[in-house]
Design a protein around this ligand. Structure first.
Ligand code: TRP
Length: 452
């Protein structure tokens, strides 16, 4: 089975070298693994929590989309979308909000930090705290649970949020799953090997310290930014200590072992800092110049970026829409025509009703049959190795009716039921086209007694 990897990128600011080495580069590499099914998205709803400047929001999501694509993300291979293009996400956020404990959210680091700061300043604890900030982890849980992600690569500051997503998902499963796991419980993945890049002044490279190296500035700007990296005052010819130099640390994040060994030896040998900066410039410019060109080409065609992201949203919604349908069903937001029932197929008092019956084959696989109220068998499913697949399929049929799937009349006087390009069930054979048509009608009618 494929591993679903999902991560969001908050769209504030312009990507810098630290984002590239710490998040973008490893994520793109991971998306190329054969067993990876990756979901990468622009967390632009999250960005609204931190920023109330529409122009900056717009500019940043454009820049970040262009950056990921320029750095080699293959939008055909992965699912790349904007959070705000998936209306199922805010809807799921509400379902989760209704099960998330307030006490759990009170413990979120980001919220607690704001409260602590207010208290320190003698202000009301909730001064300036929006419900967006408070509910941030619930929105993030919806991002993750919507796609049943197994692994969520994040920075350390986000581990708590992934754990909250687990908690909330588990609670929802417990309350509404009737024994099955509606949500996959996600795991945070921290890339130990990925360096946290120091900035110009040696502190962690971060926009808030104003010490960043922009990822796609021009070669000239890159050179002048590198010139501002703080070094010690050792003169040319004096031996330098590579392990006490953040210039070296930055170099290390991009060099191959041979380049690194050479650079180290040169520094120990007394290479001038000016020369060292020139070496770093060449290394970075070599790594980034092609991506920089692609970036500027993409930024010049925002309409193309829009199309790519719309296609990504369509792909994501193919998963999100039916899954949200199941979740609505699970919490009781059901079509009025579906019978009020506690579990399993609808039962009318006294009378017989259409029903699903699942069973296990001798080879261990699972199937179901679907019967009309009078007992006529209308469908026999294909075998499934996972009994959950049957539960999901029948729930979906009950929730959304036969048109949630595709019904095809086949040439051999049989009809078949299809889901996502796969045949999931077959009818018996009928004697001719007219009988086939009539049987299809009976199937629709029988399904309609379960739904509407
Ligand atoms: N909160 C994350 C951050 O600031 C971004 C994010 C939003 C995210 N939704 C997500 C990350 C879902 C992983 C999964 O870095």
């Amino acid at each position: 089975m494929k591993t679903r990897i999902l991560t969001g990128i908050t769209t504030t600011g312009t990507p810098h070298l630290g984002n590239y080495a710490g998040a973008i580069r490893p994520a793109i590499a991971a998306s190329r693994a054969a067993d990876a099914d990756s979901y990468y998205f622009l967390a632009d709803y999250h960005a609204l929590i931190k920023c109330d400047e529409p122009l900056r929001i717009q500019q940043s999501r454009l820049e970040i989309a262009a950056t990921w694509l320029a750095c080699g993300l293959d939008a055909e291979r992965v699912t790349f979308y904007r959070q705000s293009d998936i209306p199922e996400i805010p809807e799921l956020t509400w379902l989760l909000t209704c099960v998330a404990g307030k006490g759990l959210l009170n413990r979120a680091h980001a919220y607690k930090a704001s409260v602590d700061k207010n208290l320190e300043n003698g202000e009301d604890p909730d001064a300036g705290v929006t419900m967006g900030l408070f509910s941030y982890p619930v929105l993030m849980a919806a991002d993750i649970l919507m796609f049943n992600a197994h692994k969520v690569p994040v920075g350390r500051d986000q581990i708590q949020h992934v754990e909250m997503a687990r908690d909330i998902g588990q609670r929802f499963n417990h309350l509404f799953g009737q024994g099955r796991e509606l949500f996959t419980l996600p795991e945070a993945v921290i890339e130990e090997s990925v360096a946290t890049l120091p900035g110009l002044d040696g502190r962690k490279m971060s926009k808030s310290y104003d010490n960043t190296i922009p990822l796609f500035s021009s070669a000239k700007e890159l050179k002048s930014t590198i010139a501002r990296i703080v070094t010690d005052s050792k003169l040319p010819g004096e031996p330098k200590d590579p392990d006490d130099s953040h210039l070296f640390t930055i170099y290390q994040a991009f060099a191959n072992p041979a380049q690194l060994a050479e650079f180290r030896a040169e520094l120990v040998d007394g290479l001038a800092w000016g020369e060292a900066k020139q070496r770093l410039f060449q290394l970075l410019d070599g790594e980034l110049s092609e991506a920089r060109e692609r970036y500027h080409a993409l930024m010049a065609r925002p309409g193309d970026l829009e199309d790519i992201l719309q296609a990504g949203a369509l792909k994501a919604r193919k998963v999100a829409t039916p899954f949200l349908g199941e979740l609505r069903e699970a919490v009781g937001l059901r079509n009025f025509r579906s019978e009020v029932k506690t579990a399993g197929p609808a039962k009318k008092k006294g009378g017989k009703v259409a029903r699903f019956a699942s069973f296990r084959e001798a080879d261990g696989s699972f199937r179901f049959r679907f019967f009309a109220a009078d007992g006529e068998e209308l469908l026999l499913s294909r075998p499934f190795s996972d009994p959950k697949a049957i539960g999901m399929l029948s729930q979906r049929l009950i929730a959304q009716g036969i048109d949630a799937l595709e019904l095809r009349a086949d040439v051999n006087d049989q009809f078949t039921l299809w889901l996502d390009g796969e045949c999931v069930a077959d009818s018996p054979r009928y004697a001719g086209e007219a009988e086939l048509e009539a049987a299809m009608l009976r199937l629709r009618q029988a399904m309609a007694t379960l739904v509407g």
